[in-house]
Ligand binder design. Structure first.
Ligand code: DC
Length: 233
């Protein structure tokens, strides 16, 4: 292991694979800090919408992101059952960033290299001390290629869409399963196909296909893997 006393755990994978839930459970079990990097892209997409900046204008979105990071106006606060609350300029935007519209916006703004560069620094600062679980798309490949433990968490598109659909319906959103599946596939194509930091499994990442697994089984398997690397925990 590197000079870090406690490891960095990187969890990458496509939308709806259960990363958020699994990352939160893993961080709780290990007593680590949780960093949801997707929430950062979502917050930037929301800020762009509110400022009237089109998601596909990389330069302006990056300028906006730089302003937000520079002013420390993006904050994450740990909140027991809900994981992490996301605050943008003091406002709790945890729900506002979880809509299908903002999901597409996050995927669009995250394709710009200049936007990624701004959030890269924020993610490095959040994780470099170790004792942290970071979830995203490029943590094990780009942000922390030296992470001690890397996972690539995936599941079939249908299963991911079914889970996402159930979540959205439970939140009272009016969306069909077919629309959710189309959204999942559209986001996969964009996240995997972009030129900068595309979604892919790091060579050294442990592949976890959660299609046939419950959340408990997935977390249990991953905990065993973390403890293999960091047995003192
Ligand atoms: O994990 P999520 O659904 O909250 O992520 C929202 C979008 O942000 C996702 O479509 C791709 C992008 N993203 C990224 O490009 N890199 C990351 N490390 C995390 C998220």
């Amino acid at each position: 292991m590197s000079e870090r006393k406690r490891p960095i755990v990187a969890i990458d994978g496509p939308a709806g694979a259960g990363k958020s839930t699994v990352a939160r459970r893993l961080a709780d079990a290990l007593g680590y800090v949780l960093v949801d990097t997707g929430a950062m892209y979502r917050a930037v997409a929301l800020a762009a919408t509110r400022a009237g900046v089109p998601w596909n204008d990389g330069e302006r979105v990056a300028g906006l992101a730089r302003g937000i990071v520079g002013a420390h106006s993006l904050a994450f606060e740990r909140d027991g059952a809900l994981g992490v609350r996301v605050k943008l300029e003091g406002e709790d935007v945890s729900e506002a960033i979880r809509t299908p519209d903002i999901a597409q916006g996050a995927s669009t703004v995250s394709a710009h290299g200049e936007v990624r560069a701004v959030l890269f620094d924020l993610q490095r600062q959040a994780g470099e001390g170790g004792g942290v679980v970071l979830e995203g798309r490029d943590i094990g490949t780009v942000v922390f290629p030296d992470a001690e433990v890397k996972f690539f968490l995936t599941a079939s598109a249908e299963v991911r869409a079914r889970r996402r659909h159930e979540e959205l319906v439970a939140k009272g959103q009016n969306i069909t399963f077919d629309e959710t599946l189309a959204d999942v596939k559209e986001r996969d194509a964009r996240d995997e196909g972009r030129a900068v930091a595309p979604l892919r499994k790091a060579e050294t990442a442990v592949l976890v296909d959660s299609t046939p697994l419950t959340i408990d089984e997935t977390v249990a398997f991953m905990l065993v893997k973390v403890r293999e690397v960091a047995p003192a925990l």
